[in-house]
Design a protein around this ligand. Structure first.
Ligand code: PMV
Length: 314
């Protein structure tokens, strides 16, 4: 079997994180500037069924059979082989690399998983449809996140803007006029599982407050979709600001996130918000494309450890 490689992009959540876990709509888009990659080469001479993993970023090198069953990489390969009904594939080596910052709300875990599923299913001659890939990746997301909504695996698999409502058919949607987003990293690792669990605890303590917050986030996501589909980009900025305020009220922001959001706005962004689980990780800022470098510089001056400029809808 020939060598094969597959890659999957990072993602950002434009609107609706956390509320999406409770059934409200959210919008996520791919970020193609950074990606995860899986390269498979035949392990010529090794017995059938042998699988060797090389994932230098996480210091993982060696046979798959030595990994615990609940290891995310092992599980992704195992689920893919089960799905393709290939119990003993020709021996192969799989190298996994990623340029996506980890624990930053950019979907790095989902991207690694999707790249692995695409590469393994392609290698055994049975490339899987996106729906199946996304469903398998959702199973792995549960290892990373506990109770994920499914938005990360969906946007990363389809590599297109998605309007996502938990447990409903996915809606890929058109971007009328491409727009520019600057992503700024606080450099503080954030655990989505912890952030989601913290919100759940607060929601249990004060359900009315949180129902209200989630409901408002969902309404913003709905309006944002209409604005994006109409090319009404100026209106997105204030919607991002409103969504950020609700996330602050939810308790998932932090001083560092707040500082970057302010730095983005003060340097000319049309709107800014934290993106993803929060408590650390990234903020996103909507900018006029000719202002992108300027806002990115301002974010770095305000303490961002990394910035990425991306176009949505290109
Ligand atoms: O993976 P993150 O940090 O972008 O978070 C995903 C968004 C959440 O709504 C916080 C969780 C989820 O599963 O939808």
């Amino acid at each position: 079997m020939p060598a094969i490689s597959a890659s999957a992009p990072a993602k950002i959540i434009l609107f609706g994180e956390h509320a999406v876990v409770y059934g409200h709509p959210a919008i996520a888009v791919p970020v193609t500037q950074v990606k995860a990659k899986a390269i498979i080469t035949p392990a010529i001479g090794s017995p059938q069924g042998t699988i060797n993993i090389d994932a230098p970023a996480i210091n993982l090198e060696g046979p798959l059979k030595n990994l615990p069953f609940d290891n995310a990489i092992a599980k992704a390969i195992d689920l893919t082989l089960k799905k393709t009904q290939v119990a003993y594939p020709p021996a192969f080596n799989i190298k996994i690399t990623s340029t996506i910052p980890v624990a930053a709300g950019l979907g790095s875990g989902a991207a690694v998983t999707v790249a692995i599923i695409q590469a393994v299913s392609g290698f055994v001659g049975q490339p899987l449809p996106n729906k199946t890939i996304s469903n398998l990746a959702f199973e792995i997301e549960k290892i990373h996140h506990g109770t994920p909504s499914g938005i990360d695996n969906t946007v990363v698999t389809y590599a297109a803007p998605v309007y996502f409502i938990k447990a409903q058919p996915i809606e890929i949607f058109e971007v009328d006029t491409p727009f520019t987003i600057v992503i700024g990293d606080t450099g503080i690792p954030s655990s989505t599982a912890v952030a989601v669990a913290d919100v759940r605890k607060s929601w249990r303590a004060d359900p009315n407050k949180y129902y209200n917050l989630f409901d408002k986030c969902g309404k913003i996501a709905k309006k944002a979709r209409q604005a994006i589909q109409k090319g009404d980009i100026e209106n997105l900025g204030p919607l991002m600001d409103q969504n950020d305020k609700l996330l602050v009220e939810m308790g998932v922001s932090s001083d560092e996130l707040g500082n970057l959001v302010i730095a983005a706005r003060e340097s000319g962004a049309l709107g800014a918000k934290l993106s993803g689980g929060g408590q650390g990780g990234n903020i996103i800022a909507l900018v006029h494309s000719d202002q992108a470098e300027h806002v990115a510089n301002a974010l770095r001056e305000a303490g961002a450890t990394n910035t990425i400029i991306t176009q949505v809808g290109e």
